[in-house]
Design a binder for this molecule. Structure first.
Ligand code: SF4
Length: 478
């Protein structure tokens, strides 16, 4: 009997300890490609692409790098993808497919991509999933700006711009139209309709009823079915289209960095001032501003609402906010006695032009104070005072306080700097970068896309400031 030797079972393979560092594709921007050449040699020094690379290299992308694999070298380094998007945004390429196509031929694009050839899908995924990275990068640009003395917390300006949403007008529902159509549809007797017409009638009723449900749910007067953060807006061309409202707080008349941005589907600016100024101050504090230093901000008459004026009044300890009066004294066309003819004493007693104390004050639905005239029926001044039986005087104490602040010496000059601080920011984004339409639909991807454009703007401001400083140092003060 022969014994067969025992079969040696193979040694179990031990799993290798995973390299904690993620691996990325190597930088090939300095290598010579036989057909396309060498990006680092082709792009002259002083080109915008080099300047973008220099700024992006100073941004921290470690939070995103940790998500990449340490096996193989399949991923592009996040800094190269970020630099591609920043540079592409600055030269007016806002679609991932267009940017990917430019990467095949454009030497400057290949330089910022570190020699990579990112596909459209890679670029799109990166933009959609990295809103937090863009927000952190914006904070970093503000920190760099502050270190270089480019951030002026005494010169903040708030305003908003409307960007076209990625949605068709067919996806828009308005409360007014849906209510009207439901009334018209209710007047039709479905029993008198044929089968096909009855089904069509029921579908229309359902469509408008669902729209009314959405208005109640979101508390808005219009909804865009395919784009939850958009709404029907009136654009400067006069057209009513689906859009996003982007509220921007910019700092510095010359530097014009964007310090805070809010994105929503509001149809006007009312009630946004508080959030905008608070976000701006938080960003400035993150950038190194001491917490006890007050900021100064200005906003146009679009923010003259009770909520905004009350905010401006209450925030005086940490923010000096000016809001333009939409109807300053002397511009009113009413023939009746204006507010200036009445006196409000420190004990809140109002004295009318006839010298009579008025009844009140009473709080109205908007939080304003209201007084009612006494003895108006027999008053000889009644024709000049009111067309009604008695005169009511309604005053917003917050508006009174704002008018007082606007009348201080130097306040008007400070307010007037608002235009040259924030309006050029919109011009840079809409005209220089050519960004007028958002190409995402989901709220978080819409936000990510807009933050990316804000980041590109701030990077361009850092680049411009550096170039101006270089000219100043070379040529000297003028
Ligand atoms: S109309 Fe009434 S409120 Fe006006 S001045 Fe005469 S008493 Fe005063």
């Amino acid at each position: 009997m022969t014994l067969t030797p025992p079969i040696e079972s193979p040694k179990p393979r031990r799993r290798q300890g995973r390299d904690p560092e993620p691996h990325f594709k190597p930088d090939t921007s300095h290598q010579l490609d036989a057909i396309l050449g060498c990006p680092a040699e082709s792009v002259p020094q002083g080109h915008l692409a080099w300047a973008v690379l220099e700024v992006v290299d100073q941004l921290d992308t470690s939070s995103v790098e940790a998500g990449y694999s340490s096996l193989g070298r399949n991923g592009y380094h996040p800094k190269s993808t970020l630099a591609v998007w920043v540079y592409a945004s600055l030269i007016g390429l806002h679609h991932s497919t267009k940017a990917a196509r430019a990467l095949e031929t454009d030497a400057a694009m290949r330089l910022v991509a570190r020699g990579g050839k990112h596909s459209g899908a890679t670029l799109r995924r990166f933009r959609q999933g990295n809103a937090e990275l863009f927000a952190t990068a914006i904070d970093a640009t503000l920190r760099l700006a502050r270190e270089r003395g480019l951030l002026d917390e005494k010169d903040l300006a708030v305003d908003s711009v409307r960007l076209r949403a990625h949605a068709s007008t067919k996806a828009v529902r308005t409360r007014e139209r849906s209510t009207k159509r439901l009334g018209e549809l209710a007047a039709v007797d479905p029993a008198k309709l044929g089968e096909a017409q009855r089904a069509e009638h029921a579908a229309k009723v359902k469509k408008h009823q669902e729209a009314l449900g959405l208005f109640e749910q979101r508390g808005t007067t219009s909804v865009v079915l395919t784009n939850p953060s958009a709404a029907l807006m009136k654009f400067p061309t006069g057209a009513g289209l689906p859009g996003h409202r982007v509220t921007v707080t910019a700092a510095g008349q010359k530097e014009r960095f964007i310090v805070a941005v809010l994105v929503d589907g509001a149809t006007n600016d009312y009630g946004k001032l508080g959030d905008a100024v608070r976000a701006a101050r938080d960003a400035l504090v993150k950038a190194g501003l001491p917490e006890d230093v007050p900021v100064q901000a200005a906003a146009d008459a679009g923010y003259w609402s009770e909520a905004d004026l009350v905010f401006a009044d209450k925030a005086r300890g940490w923010a000096d906010v000016l809001v333009a009066d939409p109807a300053p004294e002397g511009s009113r066309t009413s023939t009746c006695y204006g507010r200036e003819r009445f006196k409000i004493l420190t004990d809140q007693t109002a004295i009318c032009p006839a010298g009579t104390p008025m009844n009140g004050p009473y709080a109205d639905a908007n939080g304003r104070q209201k007084w009612i005239g006494v003895g108006c029926a027999d008053c000889p001044q009644r024709p000049q005072c009111t067309p009604g039986r008695e005169r009511a005087l309604t005053v917003s104490m917050a508006a009174e306080a704002m008018r007082g602040r606007l009348a201080r010496p130097g306040a008007r000059e400070r307010y007037n700097r608002r235009i040259s601080t924030v309006e050029p920011v919109f011009s840079a984004i809409e005209d220089s970068m050519g960004y007028r339409r958002v190409s995402s639909r989901l709220p978080k991807t819409v936000r990510a896309e807009i933050l990316l454009k804000v980041l590109a703007h701030n990077v361009s401001r850092l680049v411009t400031a550096k170039r101006l400083r270089a000219v100043y140092v070379t040529v000297g003060p003028f």
